[in-house]
Design a protein around this ligand. Structure first.
Ligand code: NAP
Length: 493
């Protein structure tokens, strides 16, 4: 059944649903629930505004490195994107616009963090941070992946006298003009910030612990003529979306899970970028990684190498010894005097909806279930936690692909499970422990063929060294999400 269709009769059991999080996945879920005729739901949002990662991240240079015409809801393609990789504020405005258009905003309870969810007598009892409670039949955790900032454990960090903050907590009123700015980290975030601020600041010092491979993708703006063509032709937008999806599937998504030919192309492009665009041998040596291309999340930028070679930019590779009131002291004894210290030190990609306390059947807590490893059944459900579903959960295919498309596919799958409840075929549905164990054993085996385990440190890896990624092709993900195999679920009448 297409979600746009009127639900067929038989979906009679009324269900109350809680959506947790009003980011990309939460907005999507609200739209799909409404379209499916499931109107009794609330979105709980911990912040005062929707948008998730696009609300939290406001640093200079922020954009999405998935092409905008792909990083869009499939049912809300947007002719107005300004760039191939549009800026963060534009993406935030897109989500706000879609939420408004589909009447999602009045369904959101802002500043309402769900602190606990417990399965009691066949329903989920929720506790909200403001002291209120709700009882629902189904929980859909749309809580995102990269939203728990990681702060580095560096001696003296609190002693710094200037402004010091994580990139996801960028102060709105900060003027960097003429300032000496230090940035800790060289992930996608830092690499976007350096070119965006280098011409404005007195000096930017980039503290690199590990060099990064960088794929030189240009970011052209769309001209008025192209936008007019998109406006006039939904078919053109659709074919652009499908073309971009296919490009990613057939190149990058294959390379990271073992396609040597595609990996060879990526390697050649990254190596040539470094060779051709860094003039100084000594700087090039310091920017050359000692691990395989795409082992860490590959960075897309044609602006970073020009920026780091500017006269007022410095790549600092001596390790950080400590932070002092006046700046950063490196292992070679040098004090890098700074006015602003930016922590581009990434996120905990393994916490998911935690610290929310989730208690499933028979008192099983999520903390217990995930004590050894953060595992789920096909990323969307957990044994022992009936009628509780996740979007973009553990082992979703999150490496350089449109998370929106992934979330749409996962939700279409979850909606089929919800329909089992609506049809009254079961009051409880959860994957079996056996099916979940089989799935995760298969995942661990398949990980051995991926680039993520070839020897580098990255946020992909959990405490056991297992990547929180999807180790197969995108086509396999698409096929597995088409229809749940109810044999792998426990249905309780
Ligand atoms: P990240 O990739 O996890 O990078 C964190 C950086 O901080 C690394 O360079 C790390 O060094 C460094 N670091 C951490 N602790 C440190 C310490 N104590 N001392 C020195 N250096 C330290 O984080 P991110 O750049 O915020 O990116 C996270 C993810 O967000 C990306 O991988 C991507 O998935 C997503 N993102 C996407 C976009 C986009 O355009 N779509 C943009 C930004 C972010 P090591 O490498 O040595 O660990």
């Amino acid at each position: 059944m297409s979600r746009e269709d009127t639900p067929p009769s038989g979906l009679d059991r009324p269900l109350r649903v809680a959506i947790i999080g009003a980011g990309m996945s939460g907005i999507l879920t609200a739209i799909r629930l409404q379209q499916a005729g499931l109107d009794d739901f609330t979105i709980y949002e911990k912040a005062g505004r929707l948008g998730g990662t696009w609300r939290d991240n406001r640093y200079p240079g922020l954009s999405c490195d998935v092409p905008s015409h792909l990083y869009s809801y499939s049912f809300e393609l947007n002719p107005e994107w300004s760039h191939w990789f549009s800026p963060g504020a534009e993406i935030q405005a897109y989500f706000e616009g879609v939420a408004k258009k589909y009447g999602v905003i009045p369904r959101i309870r802002f500043n309402a963090e769900v602190t606990a969810a417990a399965y009691v007598d066949g329903r989920w009892e929720l506790e909200i941070g403001d002291g209120s409670r709700d009882t629902v039949d189904v929980v859909i955790a749309a809580t995102g992946v990269l939203h728990h900032p990681v702060y580095p454990d560096i001696d003296g960090l609190d002693s710094f006298e200037g402004a010091c903050f994580h990139t996801a907590r960028w102060p709105d009123d900060l003027d960097l003009s003429g300032k000496r700015v230090g940035i800790v980290g060289t992930g996608s975030t830092a690499i976007q910030i350096v070119p965006a601020i280098v011409d404005q600041v007195a000096k930017v010092s980039l503290f690199q612990r590990t060099a990064q491979w960088i794929l030189p993708l240009p970011n052209p703006a769309y001209g008025e003529q192209e936008k007019t063509a998109f406006r006039a032709s939904p078919e053109l937008m659709r074919s652009t979306y499908l073309h971009l999806a296919e490009r990613f599937q057939n190149t990058f998504a294959r390379a990271v899970v073992g396609d040597q030919e595609e990996m060879g192309k990526l390697e050649a492009a990254c190596e040539a970028n470094l060779r051709d665009n860094i003039a100084d041998n000594e700087l090039r040596a310091r920017l050359t990684p000692d691990y395989k291309v795409a082992c860490k999340r590959l960075i897309m930028s044609d602006a970073f190498y020009p920026a780091i070679q500017k006269g007022n930019a410095e790549l600092v590779t001596a390790g950080i010894e400590r932070v002092e009131p006046a700046g950063v002291r490196t292992g070679d004894g040098r004090l890098h005097e700074l006015d602003v210290l930016v922590l581009a030190t990434g996120f905990d990609g393994h916490a998911f909806m935690q610290p929310m306390q989730v208690t499933g059947r028979d008192g099983l807590t999520l903390a217990q279930a995930w004590a050894d490893a953060t595992e789920a059944y096909r990323s969307v459900a957990l044994p022992g936690f009936p009628n509780f579903f996740m979007l973009v959960g553990p082992n979703s295919p999150i490496g350089n692909f449109s998370l929106i498309m992934i979330s749409e596919m996962q939700l279409a799958y979850v909606m089929q499970l919800v329909d089992v409840l609506r049809r009254g075929e079961a009051r409880e549905i959860a994957p079996t422990a056996d099916a979940t164990a089989r799935f995760n054993a298969e995942i661990r085996e398949a990980m051995k063929g991926t680039v993520w385990v070839t020897g580098c440190r990255s946020w992909y890896l959990d405490k056991n060294g297992n990547p929180a990624m999807w180790p197969w092709t995108f086509e396999r993900f698409e096929a597995e999400m088409r229809k749940p195999d109810l044999e792998e679920f426990e249905l309780v009448a």
